[in-house]
Write a protein that binds this ligand. Structure first.
Ligand SMILES: [Zn+2]
Length: 357
């Protein structure tokens, strides 16, 4: 029997576009030119998209809040964890987070829209960070990792399409250190405290992770910090992180500790690195170090390779464990998406593209 197949379907099949629900499979996971990670038919993650009714914020870092004010004002349903909402509130105080658009989801909780179900799954990155899973009534599963460290992140397995972050997406970004970076950090701080104040520079979230590492290692000197770092730290404490002994640098006790170069740890945002603590011991925590776990970068300044992202091997390991049919690498937030896509295709045999191109 001869069956006449429409020309449009033939072209679609030749391109590998299998129709599932509204959009075909290759359109179920897309990163737009403006950084929105589109999943399924209704979800836009981490940037504004005019056509998507649901906006998901995976975590509170600025490059994942693109167009959030516009999403809130244009009546989108904006989904995030409570911790992410609280962190955004203290860092971006002017955003209208309380006007009813924001819906808070716990990890594992699901929101339904049309025939799609949206679930946030914990990602090990900063407090509140989430992966996003969108499933539809036909059984299609499309996911986005957000930013993550592979060790503490449960992979979203057997997806039809997966969007993966690509921060350290080049094979040269491998951290194969033999020493435990956390233990090294603790011993560096302890050693330098005998000479006075130790300044730690990093980004929000990472700074609080360092505080927690030090407290767990029984470093019990005061932690001194400016107001915004203090506010972020308080949110972290409210959501279960154990920091304690937080002192504002603007208050009498904090001023006396810093002015007298007395034993305490001062936590400052990386952006203020060239302005404060110039004559003290200084430690910068950054993932952008691959040669050694610790490197001297100034007379009394060291870089410690503490990262809240997977390195290249961790990204590949996640994709392998997830076993998706197709991968899209996020090429909007970094420029290593194309390299990572090529390596995923070559090493794992999984079709992968970088978006936007
Ligand atoms: Zn991040």
């Amino acid at each position: 029997m001869n069956v006449k197949i429409p020309r449009s379907l033939l072209i679609g099949l030749r391109r590998g576009q299998l129709k599932l629900g509204g959009n075909c499979l290759s359109e179920k996971a897309v990163v737009t030119q403006r950084g929105a990670v589109l999943l399924g038919d209704s979800v836009a993650c981490d940037a504004f998209d005019a056509d998507r009714p649901l906006r998901v914020v995976t975590h509170a870092h600025a490059d994942h809040l693109v167009g959030l004010r516009r999403s809130l004002r244009s009546g989108k349903r904006v989904l995030m964890t409570a911790a992410t909402r609280d962190l955004i509130g203290v860092v971006n105080g002017s955003l209208p987070l309380d006007d009813g658009s924001v819906e808070l989801l716990d990890y594992g909780e699901t929101v339904e829209y049309g025939d799609e179900r949206v679930t946030l799954v914990k990602a090990d990155h900063i407090l509140g960070a989430a992966q996003v899973l969108v499933e539809d009534s036909e059984g299609s599963r499309v996911a986005y990792t957000g930013d993550f460290r592979v060790d503490g992140t449960e992979p979203l397995v057997d997806c039809d399409a997966l969007v993966v972050e690509a921060t350290y997406g080049s094979p040269s970004f491998k951290r194969a250190f033999k020493v435990d970076v956390r233990e090294l950090l603790v011993s560096m701080v302890e050693k330098r405290l005998s000479a006075g104040t130790v300044y730690v520079f990093g980004y929000y979230g990472k700074l609080q992770e360092v505080m927690q590492i030090l407290r767990r290692a029984d470093v019990c000197v005061p932690f001194v910090m400016p107001e915004r770092v203090f506010n972020v730290s308080q949110v972290c404490e409210a959501h279960g992180m154990q920091l304690g002994g937080l002192t504002l640098s603007t208050e009498k006790e904090g001023r006396e500790l810093l002015d007298g170069d007395l034993p305490c740890v001062a936590f400052y945002h990386m952006n203020t690195r060239k302005k404060v603590g110039l004559d003290s011991s200084r430690i910068c925590v950054s993932g952008w170090e691959f040669r050694s776990p610790c490197r001297q970068i100034g007379e009394r300044e060291h870089l410690v390779a503490l990262s809240d992202h997977s390195d290249f091997c961790g990204l590949l390991e996640y994709v392998k464990r997830c076993n998706p049919k197709r991968v899209v690498t996020d090429n909007y937030r970094v420029s290593h998406g194309a390299t990572l896509a090529r390596e995923i295709s070559r090493r794992l045999g999984i079709p992968a593209v970088a978006m936007p191109r």
